[in-house]
Design a protein. Structure first.
Length: 127
């Protein structure tokens, strides 16, 4: 977990399902092949890796990435004014949390009071 959470990830693509980010920047030591046989259901919030990519499942869906853990954040909220949490260019740094903090963040997300820190890629347009 420390190896994964110590790296900054860059969202470079959103796809497969609404709001599902594909990220790059994972340490080379974590490069593993995708599952030979994808699972039929992966819960939303599952953080997975496959090849050189990291992803967070935005909705329950089939999946071919190895699941490392889960996030309590909602990556896709179809009823929200802005239903997709992440955008290409956003930088993500995971951090381990314990079950109590997971529940507290999940409750704040459900109440609409949690505000994750998301930083756009500032390298573009800077001279």
């Amino acid at each position: 977990m420390r190896l994964h959470s110590g790296a900054e990830q860059l969202v470079y693509f959103i796809g497969f399902t609404p709001g599902l980010p594909y990220m790059t920047g994972m340490p080379e030591r974590l490069t593993i092949p995708r599952l030979d046989r994808p699972r039929t259901k992966t819960p939303p919030g599952s953080v997975g890796i496959g090849g050189t990519q990291c992803s967070i499942y935005s909705v329950e869906s089939p999946g071919g990435f190895w699941v490392l853990g889960r996030t309590p954040l909602a990556l896709y909220a179809p009823g929200a004014a802005d239903p997709i949490l992440l955008r290409p260019g956003d930088r993500i740094r995971f951090r381990p949390i314990d079950p109590a903090e997971f529940r507290a963040i999940a409750a704040a997300v459900a109440a609409g009071t949690h505000r994750p820190r998301i930083e756009p890629d500032r390298a573009e347009g800077v001279s």
